[in-house]
Write a protein that binds this ligand. Sequence first.
Ligand SMILES: C[S@@+](CC[C@H](N)C(=O)[O-])C[C@H]1O[C@@H](n2cnc3c(N)ncnc32)[C@H](O)[C@@H]1O
Length: 263
Amino acid sequence: MTHQPRKRFGQNFLHDPSVIARIHAAIAAQPGERLVEIGPGQGAITAGLLTAAGALDVIELDRDLIEPLRQRFGSNTLRIHNSDALQFDLRTLVSAGERLRVIGNLPYNISTPLMFHFLDQADSIIDLHLMLQKEVVERIVAAPGNKVYGRLSIMVQSRCQASCLFRIGAGAFTPTPKVESAFLRLRPLQPLPYPIDNPELHFRLVAAAFGQRRKTLRNSLAEFVTPAHFAATEIDPKLRAENLDVESYARLANAVNATELAI
Ligand SMILES: C[S@@+](CC[C@H](N)C(=O)[O-])C[C@H]1O[C@@H](n2cnc3c(N)ncnc32)[C@H](O)[C@@H]1O
């Protein structure tokens, strides 16, 4: 019986061979590399990954897709995990010192939490190649001054080098989604160029700045940042949220954290 795509699992299956070929070329998997694909679906991307790397782990939530995947690829080289990727600890797949390459045409309804779930395990990851809604990718890779530069840009770029590789029209998928897509590459930065001492405080500070993005930082961050913090970090309090780069948010949050600790 053919599988009816399920909306609740965000199932839009890739069918365009030229797009699939571009995805494989961008990933350029090598024999013996440890790859994990999130949401293999019917195996559109999986087949080429398996040929290139020789073996592969996949994490698929929809129970009804497991047996067809087994029948298509066998289970010697394709290790299938019928699990929720949001709950999956990637570190269980690797031994000490090994790192994974993560690939996924993600269900768009959970793509941002999934991405952060993986970034929390960045020490086990070489890189991530993710298909996401085009607007989300644009926000992730945006630079200061860009109108879509915001929380998501800073939270991802604080931890990764992020690049938009190419866009994909809705017609490449069945059923056709309402949105366009883009293919994103993330490379976790290790060590972090601007380590953040207190991630929770950093998150709140960035959220406060962009929560009132038209105000100057002096006003939007009054709850956290004193004139002394601005002076110590040499950040102009008359700037607005969108003018401050990723490093400056890290320095400002670290300065606030240091004085909170001193109190
Ligand atoms: C957009 S489809 C992509 C399918 C396939 N990779 C392709 O490109 O044709 C997303 C896939 O993720 C699966 N999925 C949805 N939620 C998931 C979750 N929480 N954990 C793992 N897989 C999930 C869906 O069942 C579906 O197979």
